[in-house]
Structures are given as C-alpha cells and as structure tokens.
Design a protein around this ligand. Structure first.
Ligand SMILES: Nc1nc2c(ncn2[C@@H]2O[C@H](COP(=O)(O)OP(=O)(O)O)[C@@H](O)[C@H]2O)c(=O)[nH]1
Ligand SMILES: [Mg+2]
Length: 175
C-alpha cells in the first residue's frame, strides 16, 4: 500500500513520519524535504506493508507530486488547523483522482491534539495528531490503513450451493 503525504511546507509532514518511525520528535530544525523521501512502515495491527512517500510542499515540486498521485492508494493532506487558509489546491488535486483516497490530517503544533478542527475540514475524513507529543500519530496511520482496506471492494464469494440442489427430481432423471 502506498501513501503520499502532501500539504503546504512546514505543516509537519516530515516530523509526523519521524515520530511514527522512531517515536521521537526532532527539536532541531528538520531540513526541508527535497522532492520525495521514501520510508517503509508495517502496520502492527494488520501487518500491511506501507510505503510512505513524504513530499516537499514547495510549489516547484508540485508537478512531480501530482504525477505521484497517480500511483498512490491514499493521499494524506496534512494541514495546520490554525492556518486560516484551507489546503484547497491539494484537496482538489486528490479529488481529481478517484482511485486515490483523500484523508486529511490536522497536525496540531500545540500540545492539545484534541483542539477543535476548522469547520471546512469536517466535509472530509479528517484525523488529528501531534508530532511533538506523539499524541494520535500511530492511531492516525493505523486508521488510514483500516479506512483504505474498508474502501476496497470485498472479494467475490464462492456461490454457495444449496445442499438439497443435487436431489431435485429433474437432476435425478439425468442419471
Ligand atoms: N511545536 C511543534 N513544532 C513542530 C511540530 N511538527 C513540526 N514542527 C516544526 O515545524 C517545522 C516544519 O516541520 P517539518 O516536519 O519539516 O514540516 P514539512 O515541511 O511539512 O515536512 C520544523 O521546524 C519542526 O520542528 C509539532 O508538532 N510541534
Ligand atoms: Mg518535509
């Protein structure tokens, strides 16, 4: 399963992945992501192997990011709930690709990961977490795996044959 992590620069995309993979928060400034950084993670609940593609939010890399959306199963649009400007451009890019599931991640930079979310974000599936405290980070990624699995069509089931079917009278006449 491939997850593309997008959103404006400095929303904490790389910090979230660092917290997920190493259970740490880097207080020293994280160098800006250039293009895409790849990481792999296995969901401890379902054992699903996940490729995490951490992207640069910089506008220069926007065409590369949009091409990567074609191969992603899920796009996480990370945003800062205090930001008055919704990440509409990213949301629009993902909605244009119906194969790619859109999930928003409200990344609170303050200590309270349960602070209220902006009203606009309630139109979408939105999860909330915080890289500095770690609050909600593992749950967010586990929930993304679960939501993706739930969105897949269920495999066709074998037609069940009625146990009485072979004994119907007309079948007997063929013997
Ligand atoms: N206080 C606080 N700062 C954060 C948090 N997450 C990220 N930052 C800081 O915000 C800046 C941008 O984070 P980064 O993960 O590089 O953002 P990205 O550009 O979206 O990948 C860095 O200086 C981080 O240390 C957080 O949860 N709390
Ligand atoms: Mg980054």
């Amino acid at each position: 399963m491939k997850i593309l992590i997008v959103g404006k620069p400095n929303t904490g995309k790389s910090a979230l992945i660092h917290r997920l993979l190493f259970d740490q928060f880097k207080h020293a400034p994280i160098p800006p992501t250039i293009g895409i950084d790849y990481h792999s993670w296995t969901c401890p609940i379902t054992q699903t192997r996940v490729q995490l593609c951490d992207t640069s939010g910089h506008v220069v890399f926007r065409p590369i990011m949009t091409s990567y959306l074609q191969h992603a199963h899920v796009a996480l649009v990370v945003f800062n709930p205090q930001d008055l400007d919704p990440p509409d451009d990213w949301i629009r890019e993902v909605i244009l690709r119906p194969h790619c599931q859109l999930i928003l991640v409200a990344h609170h930079h303050g200590p309270d990961a349960s602070a209220p979310l902006p009203a606009w974000s309630k139109r979408y599936t939105t999860l909330a977490c915080n890289a500095s405290t770690g609050h909600g980070v593992r749950h967010t990624f586990q929930e993304v795996v679960r939501l993706h699995a739930a969105s897949l069509p269920s495999p066709p089931t074998e037609p069940t044959q009625s146990p009485t079917a072979p004994n119907t009278w007309w079948r007997c006449c063929w013997c």
